[in-house]
Structures are given as C-alpha cells and as structure tokens.
Design a protein around this ligand. Structure first.
Ligand SMILES: NC(=O)C1=CN([C@@H]2O[C@H](COP(=O)(O)OP(=O)(O)OC[C@H]3O[C@@H](n4cnc5c(N)ncnc54)[C@H](O)[C@@H]3O)[C@@H](O)[C@H]2O)C=CC1
Ligand SMILES: CC(C)CC(=O)C(=O)O
Ligand SMILES: [Mg+2]
Length: 381
C-alpha cells in the first residue's frame, strides 16, 4: 500500500517521540512492503517561531491531502506568557476543528509488566481494558472567551447534533467490545450536561437497545476510575472531562508516556467492521485521522532523549488500524511494544531507579521485535 503520512512534531518532547514512531512505521513499511511517504510540517510553538502562526495554512492543506496525520505535542514555557496573543495550543485545537475530528479515542489497557509503576494496587489493575471516547471539537475549549481587567469567562455549549454523533460513535465501539457504555457528565449542575444526558439516553434507547448505558457524574467518576477501573468498558464524555479523566487514567497504566489516541471524524474506521465507512472495507477516500499520544510537550524532560515513546508508537499502531486499514500491521506494533515491556525495557518514567532505556533504545527494541516477528511466515498472513 502507498500512503502519505503528515508528521507534526510540534514542541518539547514532540519531535523526540514522533521520530521514534516514524522509525517504527518505516520498519512496518520495510517488513510488509508498503510505501509510506512522510512529510513534516510545523504546528504549535515551532510554527509561531517560524511563521507567527500556530497553525499555518500550509500545515492544514498538507493534513487535508494526507492519508493520516501523526502528531507529537505542542506548547511550553517559551510561549506561555498569560498576555501572549497567540498560543501553541490554539494551533492544535484549530486543527482538530478544521479536520472535523470530533471523537478522540483513548484506550487504556495497563500492561502487566508496568503495573509496578502505577500508584494503584496491582490487584485493582489486572484485566483493566477501557476506552475513553472524548468529544473533541466542542465544549468549553471552543466557546467564546471574554476578559476584562478583573473578570473572565469561557462559554461551554453543546448542541444535540454534537452529542449525538459522539455518543453514536461510542456505541458503535462498545458494540465491538463488551457492550457497556458509561456516559459521564455533571448533570446535577450544568445545563450542557443535562442536554448530554437526555440525548445519550434517547439515542441508546432508540438506536442501540443492545448497549447497556449507565450515567455517572464526573466527580465520582474520577474516584471510581481509580477504585474500580475494571468495571468500565467504553466511557463517553465531553471535551474537558475527557481530557482530565484520561490524564488520571494514565496512572492506571503507570505513566503519561504510555497512552495513545486516535482523533477521528466521519467516514473513518469507527464504523462496524465491514460496513461502509470502515477503512477495512476499502473505503479510504473519506478517511480522516490524527494520531497523538495523550501527553503534552513535557518541558521538564524535553531535549534529553529520555521521553517514553510508547504512547506515540501505539498511536502509530492506531493510525495503521483506523486510517490505513492495516489491522495485521497494527497488531504487530502492539505485540512488539508488549514484548519490549515484558523484556523490562523501560524508559525513566517507568523506572525511577537503575539504568533506564532512553527514547531511541525503546524504539529500537520495538523495531527489532517487529523485524523478528515479520520473519515468521505465518505471522505475515
Ligand atoms: N496534545 C498536546 O499537544 C498537549 C499539550 N500540552 C501542553 O504541554 C505543556 C506541558 O504540559 P504539562 O501539564 O506539563 O503536561 P505533560 O503531559 O507535558 O507532562 C506531565 C508530566 O508527565 C511527564 N510526561 C509526559 N509525557 C511523557 C513521556 N512521553 N515520557 C515521560 N514522561 C512524560 C512530564 O515529564 C511531566 O512530568 C503545556 O504547554 C501544555 O499546554 C498538554 C497536553 C496535551
Ligand atoms: C489542546 C491541548 C493542550 C489539550 C489537551 O490537553 C489534550 O488534548 O490532551
Ligand atoms: Mg490533555
């Protein structure tokens, strides 16, 4: 297969972890005889420095023409002056909106080898396998902002349409998993949450009677996520709640550096397998996807070559699956990451003491395992 992949390294550890993920994709291309072309473009602080704009038009144009987009992270202290006219994060928000990427899939599946790095008791973590579907192009991150000398406001609004499409997507994903959906809101206080709850209830009743739906308030959800994480299958929630809950959920896995994400619009691989809109059904003309680890630019460790590249590498696996329809190749990447962790090859975030592997060593270990597995004929089929 031939595919054009746009790479947006961004800021801080973004370039370090995307380089690792691209190296893994190159190995997949070599082993499976694909032709992946990579083109890097500016976003975030790097784009402000070069173009005075966190999302140059050339970057948007390249993303629109690409088969998929791989992103590192944006932001950092250099661009964080509260009085700054433009901020790196605006570039990422605008790109998600421009590409219509309303569903952000954040799978959380702690690996047995990294349970020791998590601050939660291991017996609570065994068997955890959840998927957070975060609404990504609405809510308070996109509402009108006002600011005077001594007051400020951020508007949070959601339309029925915005809630329906992301809950529908979450239901389709739940159907391919254990059929359980938890919708998270703050309906005891917020009007947007009351709309969210109403729409989710109606949609599941009318379109997905096979899905078990429960509602959970976001504050107690934050607690239950740590005390009984195994109870959850698919969790769907609005933009800011999903942002916060998934950083919290990274502690189930052991590090912020471990979790990947896929941001999808309509017409991508989120449909049921083999149905129109499923990338695996060959319907690639409308596939849109942006893949990034859930973490930020980690300025505290940037430039030292020690960032954990696993979240970015697993994001590349999601890219293979959702945008390119290459399920076997995606599984190869995921299996190689699991084998690397099983071999105890940990970056410093997972191993505060002793000799940790650096970013490149983790990536090389994954690449070696992909190469070894792809030499076994039956695994190639
Ligand atoms: N998608 C994006 O581009 C995001 C950007 N940001 C931006 O990143 C900047 C820093 O934000 P923070 O709140 O510090 O969050 P962060 O996610 O960058 O870092 C939080 C903590 O996790 C650690 N960490 C994160 N990724 C890691 C990795 N791959 N390996 C090892 N350790 C890792 C960091 O060293 C830090 O101690 C801000 O400018 C923020 O706006 C934050 C979140 C998402
Ligand atoms: C715009 C980003 C900085 C928001 C964020 O933290 C995320 O998407 O995880
Ligand atoms: Mg975040």
């Amino acid at each position: 297969m031939r595919a054009d992949i746009v790479v947006l390294p961004g800021d801080g550890i973004g370039p370090e972890v995307t380089a690792a993920a691209v190296a893994v994709l190159r190995e997949i291309a070599r082993c499976f005889r694909h032709d992946f072309e990579f083109a890097s473009h500016d976003i975030g602080g790097a784009a402000i420095d070069r173009h005075g704009d966190p999302l140059p038009a050339a970057t948007v144009g390249a993303c629109r023409r690409a088969d998929a987009v791989l992103l590192g992270a944006v932001g950092g202290p250099k661009w964080s002056d509260p009085g700054a006219k433009v901020r790196p994060e605006q570039g990422l928000l605008a790109l998600r909106r421009e590409l219509g990427l309303y569903a952000n899939l954040r799978p959380v599946r702690p690996h047995p080898a990294t349970l020791g790095a998590a601050p939660i008791k291991p017996h609570l973590l065994a068997g955890v396998d959840l998927l957070v579907v975060r609404e990504l192009t609405g809510g308070i991150y996109f509402g009108e902002k006002t600011r005077s000398v001594d007051a400020a406001s951020d508007l949070c609004s959601y339309s029925t349409f915005e809630v329906e499409r992301v809950v529908r997507r979450a239901c389709m994903l739940a159907r391919q998993r254990r059929g359980h959906l938890t919708s998270v809101d703050k309906a005891n206080v917020l009007e947007t949450s009351r709309l969210w709850r109403e729409v989710a209830t109606r949609l599941v009743r009318d379109e997905f009677p096979d899905i078990t739906l429960e509602h959970q308030l976001v504050d107690s959800m934050a607690m239950h996520l740590l005390s009984r994480p195994r109870a959850y299958d698919v969790i769907v929630t609005e933009n800011m709640f999903g942002d916060i809950l998934t950083d919290e959920a990274s502690m189930l896995a052991g590090s912020m550096g471990l979790l990947p994400s896929a941001s999808l619009g309509d017409g991508d691989g989120g449909a049921a397998e083999g149905q129109p809109g499923d990338a695996r059904a060959g319907d690639r003309s409308t596939v849109i996807g942006l893949y990034e680890p859930i973490h930020g630019s980690a300025p505290d460790i940037a430039g030292r070559g020690i960032a954990n590249p696993v979240g970015a590498i697993l994001s590349a696996a999601l890219l293979l699956r959702h945008s390119l329809g290459l399920e076997a190749e995606a599984l190869h990447v995921e299996t190689a990451v699991a084998a690397t962790l099983e071999a105890g090859i940990f970056s410093a975030d997972l191993m505060p003491e002793g000799r940790a592997a650096d970013t490149d060593e983790v990536a090389d270990a994954v690449i070696e395992r992909i190469a070894a597995a792809s030499r076994v004929p039956e695994l190639r089929d």
